[in-house]
Design a protein around this ligand. Sequence first.
Ligand code: HEM
Length: 148
Amino acid sequence: MHGPGPRLHGAIALLVLCLVSASARPAPRDDSLYRAFGGREGLAALMADFVPRLAMDTQIGRYFTSTNRDHLARQLAAQLCEVAGGPCTYEGPAMAPAHAGMAITKADFNRLVELLQASMAARGVPFRAQNRMLALLAPMHRDIIERE
Ligand code: HEM
């Protein structure tokens, strides 16, 4: 009778070792999206383009008339950095309280997404990275939109 043989034993031992070491260490952070946006500098430049677009927009600009734009740009850069797997922590209010009482509509939300797309394209963010970011932000609509 032949057993499984030393090669198979070796392979199994290796597999077990991999599983054990993978569970012992935290998974390395995937910061590929953060890097595709050019890191902190890229995100700061993106927000320097995006926030004025918001404020000047004929459809949603009125929401931002009394907004501190530098503050908003910094908060958004930190939030997108965190969402993209970068080394940042967004420390501002959660999306529901941050937008409560503004009566933001679905159309307003879609308009903001269009403006963000325009900024990402203007900054040369690769299309796939644009879409990955939008997919991460999209679920926030539940906390931001208050009416049809
Ligand atoms: C995915 C979509 C959105 C994200 C990620 C987002 C993110 C943020 C963040 C991080 C802040 C800063 C909160 C703070 O520090 O107080 C903020 C504030 C704000 N957002 Fe949004 N937002 C989104 C959609 C919208 C939309 C659709 C509107 C309106 C059309 C809007 C209007 C505002 C306004 C007016 C403020 C407050 C600025 C102020 O303090 O005066 N946001 N948002």
